[in-house]
Write a protein that binds this ligand. Structure first.
Ligand SMILES: [Cu+2]
Length: 106
């Protein structure tokens, strides 16, 4: 019993030692986000309305026209729209993230 407790204590000390020796996590790389204007047609919704499918026109400096899903910064942003609506809004892009931050009917 005593030996077990000693081993457990040693393990704990080692564990603590390792934790103490760990370098602080590097600061998350700063991802620069940029806003783009996006215009297109609503083609559907996914993920309980958190994602809107847009058939969008060319987004200058970002991508050609295509139909794809975009995460909505707030699911409430997509609520007023239905499939077929012509919309325009703001797309925030940073790293691998694309997020619609504003949307209105044209
Ligand atoms: Cu696209």
């Amino acid at each position: 019993m005593k030996k077990l407790a000693l081993i457990a204590g040693l393990g704990l000390a080692l564990g603590l030692g390792l934790t103490a020796c760990q370098k602080p996590a590097p600061a998350a790389a700063t991802v620069e986000t940029k806003d783009y204007s996006i215009t297109g047609f609503v083609r559907g919704f996914q993920a309980d309305g958190k994602v809107i499918i847009l058939e969008h026109q060319k987004i200058e400096g970002l991508m050609d026209g295509m139909t794809m899903g975009f995460e909505l910064a707030d699911p409430a942003l997509g609520k007023p729209f239905k499939v077929g609506d012509h919309v325009t809004g703001t797309l925030s892009h940073g790293g691998d993230l694309y997020k619609i931050t504003a949307l209105k009917k044209i």
